[in-house]
Design a protein around this ligand. Structure first.
Ligand SMILES: Cc1cc2nc3c(=O)[nH]c(=O)nc-3n(C[C@H](O)[C@H](O)[C@H](O)COP(=O)(O)OP(=O)(O)OC[C@H]3O[C@@H](n4cnc5c(N)ncnc54)[C@H](O)[C@@H]3O)c2cc1C
Length: 290
């Protein structure tokens, strides 16, 4: 499950409710994204550390090179290590304010995620993951370059990748084929697919931002049909179709041998739990941890 840094105390309380719910499903791991902005960053480091220390959840901290010198990046990695976090998802990040804008590295920073993978691996005994893009990163000239850069990140010491969210499982399968063809050793490393249940027509826009692509027309038609002439009045029907779509995608991924499923949760437990229940996962009694 993927969490986002809470912006205030109320959001933090919501995140904790979701984390406690997820504990009962024994996920392989949870991750916390890393955003721009000083105060959010402090809160991110604190809450991520708490998740690692105070829950049964294996916690992966995302880390980006955005607006950081190498010295700062080393210090952040040290903070995470002090909090007992040994798992990092290493990313370049996007230009603050405009994710599609021109990337400029910090004058004393790093250019690519590959450089950050090397840095983190050089700092100690960390398990490192990286991002992968089933339809290619929006700045990659083509899919071959995109695959070659992913293989370079894996060769630099990353042990797995987590994909950008997608709706068409074929894109995930073709990515897996490309990485295997590019490098047999790196191709054997897990590629973890990311998905997000759509719970309303409003979340479609969020899903499109996160996947970087429009929701496929056939899925859009199913959601719109459920919404009918009054999507607000029929919001439960739209939500049910969104859960059904995420379940179908999840089932196909499991059938195709995906190593696990990574859910964008937006810090809510309900939708992800419903999809996992549909897929046959069970919820156990509440955990004993405080
Ligand atoms: C699962 C996942 C989680 C994410 N979490 C976060 C988060 O927490 N915070 C956040 O800010 N962003 C996050 N992102 C977004 C990510 O930071 C952006 O997509 C960013 O634009 C690319 O990051 P990257 O690590 O793939 O960069 P890179 O691997 O460095 O790639 C960036 C671009 O450079 C190209 N490239 C790479 N190596 C080379 C090279 N040697 N020569 C020439 N070109 C090269 C790539 O093809 C790509 O176009 C996440 C993305 C994913 C998929």
């Amino acid at each position: 499950m993927e969490f986002n840094p809470p912006r205030d105390a109320a959001a933090e309380a919501r995140l904790w409710r979701a984390a406690r719910e997820f504990e009962r499903m024994h996920p392989a791991f949870v991750s916390m994204t890393y955003g721009a902005g000083g105060s959010t960053r402090d809160r991110t480091a604190r809450v991520t550390g708490q998740l690692a220390r105070e829950t049964t959840l294996l916690t992966v901290a995302h880390l980006t090179a955005v607006e950081h010198s190498v010295a700062e990046l080393r210090s952040i990695v040290g903070t995470y290590a002090d909090a007992g976090i040994r798992n990092l998802l290493v990313l370049r990040g996007d230009p603050p304010g405009d994710p599609l804008g021109e990337w400029r590295k910090h004058p004393d920073g790093l250019e690519y995620a590959e450089d950050l993978v090397r840095m983190v691996r050089g700092l100690g005994d960390f398990h490192v993951g990286v991002a992968s893009f089933p339809q290619g990163h929006h700045r990659s000239p083509d899919l071959d370059h995109d695959t070659a850069y992913l293989c370079a990140k894996l060769r630099a010491g990353a042990e797995y990748s987590i994909t950008q969210m997608f709706f068409d499982v074929e894109h995930y399968l073709r990515l897996r084929d490309r990485v295997a063809a590019c490098d047999a050793v790196e191709g054997a490393k897990p590629i973890i697919p990311e998905l997000m249940p759509i719970t309303s027509l409003r979340t479609v826009q969020r899903a499109e931002e996160l996947s970087g692509r429009p929701v496929p027309p056939a899925l859009m038609r199913r959601l719109e049909r459920a919404g009918g002439s009054d999507p607000e009045a029929n919001r439960n029907d739209v939500r049910a179709v969104g859960i059904e779509i995420a379940t179908e995608i999840g089932q196909r991924l499991i059938d195709e041998g995906a190593p696990c499923l990574h859910f964008i949760t937006l810090n809510f437990a309900k939708a992800t739990t419903e999809v996992l229940t549909n897929l046959g996962y069970t919820v156990t009694a509440a955990p004993v941890s405080a």
